[in-house]
Design a protein around this ligand. Structure first.
Ligand code: NAP
Ligand code: F7E
Length: 337
């Protein structure tokens, strides 16, 4: 019998990579997709039938983290062995514009999933997608023991979800693990996060169809890793004998300015001719520097990052150049590029 996983946020960057990872391991994967007025399954359309045996083992269901009845019904029907709660309003800047919605989906959504699992009385393990944003203004390097100091409605919601998972572990003896993941990127990254915004702009500027790139704070330091590697850490966190919380990071910090410079360098352009600062992209409260210490993940999960900053920039710029080329040639465009 194949193991059964339920993923919220299946249609997002991490959800799509995690679905592929679990299918490769022989899991049956159930994903939550939410209703939207236009297609939102582009990232996982390519994996709806698993290539190994031609048999569909990825199933998508309409539900929503704001809708407890549908979550309960789904968990009761599917009876998953593992639940990965990746769904969220995940944009930090946007969370200042829609704070109550962010708290509801990103914070209370975790509680709804946990309570639905508890009410269904299924013997399952629960992964909560926690975030380095919870550390906020705590100075680097940040590790599991570092006190949280959230700096946005998004980060506050993630702190609530983190403690709710810990509380379910302590109160109800549920197997709940938090992955405290630092920024991780890929060609599937949403286009309004800074790395993808930059790599997409570099490809368009090189092709002559964009002339400027408007950005906010170039001094922020982030620890950027490669998303396909980070989903393995999620899975590993649920394969341990006892549940715990893990920082997942590269341990390297770089400024947004360094990312810009490296991305323009890749195509032989001088970034200073194209980048302008637009204060609209500044945040009411900024997180200045996030650099993770992943010692616990390395020791206990045997996990370590393989793709570091320079390779990540290259992968993303090259993917966006290829995507643009495919679009211009009218070729079938796949998210994986
Ligand atoms: P993402 O690409 O923004 O994906 C978010 C997913 O959540 C999407 O599938 C989205 O659906 C879904 N979602 C949004 N609102 C929902 C709702 N009301 N009900 C159900 N699903 C909903 O995020 P990601 O980068 O893959 O990140 C995955 C998780 O890890 C998120 O919880 C994020 O906060 C957290 N995280 C991310 C990072 C990072 O650097 N990427 C770091 C730490 C933690 P649509 O496709 O329909 O929008
Ligand atoms: O910003 C600066 C911005 O939006 C990174 C999410 O996945 O990782 C992500 O959150 C930095 C910030 O990611 C622009 O001010 C400058 O300092 O790419 P970002 P984030 O806020 O770090 C964490 C770990 C998560 O959990 C989140 O879900 O870049 N920045 N100029 C800009 N950022 C954006 N988006 N756009 C700009 O124009």
């Amino acid at each position: 019998m194949s193991r059964v996983a339920l993923i919220s946020g299946t249609t997002g960057q991490d959800g799509s990579y995690l679905s592929e990872f679990l299918l490769d391991k022989g899991y049956t994967v159930h994903g939550i997709k939410r209703r939207s007025s236009s297609f939102n399954t582009e990232r996982i359309d390519r994996v709806d039938v698993h290539p190994r045996d031609g048999e569909a083992r990825l199933f998508l269901h309409y539900s929503d983290l704001s809708d407890p009845a549908s979550l309960s019904a789904l968990i009761r029907d599917i009876r998953p062995d593992e639940i990965y709660n990746l769904g969220a309003q995940s944009h930090v800047r946007v969370s200042f514009d829609i704070p109550a919605y962010t708290a509801d989906v990103t914070g209370l959504g975790a509680l709804r999933m946990l309570e639905a699992a508890r009410a269904a009385d299924v013997d399952c393990r629960f992964y909560q997608a926690s975030s380095s944003e919870m550390f906020g203004s705590a100075p680097p390097p940040q590790r599991e023991q570092t006190p949280f100091h959230p700096r946005s409605p998004y980060a506050c919601a993630k702190v609530y979800a983190y403690w709710t998972a810990v509380n379910h572990r302590e109160s109800w003896d549920m197997f709940c693990a938090n992955g405290i993941l630092f920024n991780h990127e890929s060609p599937r990254r949403g286009e309004n996060f800074v790395t993808r915004k930059i790599t997409r702009a570099v490809a368009r500027i090189e092709a002559g169809i964009q002339d400027k790139l408007y950005l906010g704070n170039l001094d922020a330091v982030r620890d950027w890793g490669y998303a396909p590697e980070y989903v393995e850490a999620m899975w590993l966190a649920l394969q341990q004998d006892t549940p715990d919380d893990y920082v997942v990071a590269t341990g390297e910090g770089h400024t947004v300015r360094e990312f810009v410079e490296a991305a323009f360098d890749r195509v032989g352009l001088d970034w200073q001719r194209y980048v302008e600062i637009d204060p609209r992209y500044f945040r009411p409260a900024e997180v200045d520097a996030l650099i993770g210490d992943y010692t616990r993940a390395r020791r206990r999960l045997g996990w370590a990052p393989k793709t570091l900053f320079g390779d990540l920039v290259r992968i993303m710029v090259d993917a966006d150049r290829q995507l643009l080329e495919d679009e211009r040639m009218g070729r079938l465009v796949r998210v994986d590029r």
